[in-house]
Design a protein around this ligand. Structure first.
Ligand code: ZN
Length: 81
């Protein structure tokens, strides 16, 4: 084995990261349960990071994208002395 390829079936891209199979399977069930490490390509590693991130922040959909929705900050008191 000279170069590793991503273990995700159908991907076949060059692997940039190696994870424990157990870890990889947390995000990708399709990772074959063989060997000790699972190679992931750049894209799938990114996805894995995303999937396993303990980020529970609720992203509010939308936002103040409409024009004129800028909120004015609190007025700064007077001119600098
Ligand atoms: Zn991949």
């Amino acid at each position: 084995m000279s170069s590793d390829v991503c273990v995700i079936p159908g991907c076949g891209a060059e692997a940039v990261r190696h994870l424990a199979v157990v870890e990889a399977r947390r995000a990708f069930e399709q990772v074959p349960d063989q060997g000790r490490s699972a190679a992931l390509c750049k894209i799938h590693y990114k996805e894995w990071k995303k999937a396993t991130k303990k980020d529970r922040k609720l992203d509010r959909m939308g936002g103040s994208f409409s024009s004129g929705a800028k909120q004015g900050g609190p007025g700064r008191g007077g001119p600098p002395i």
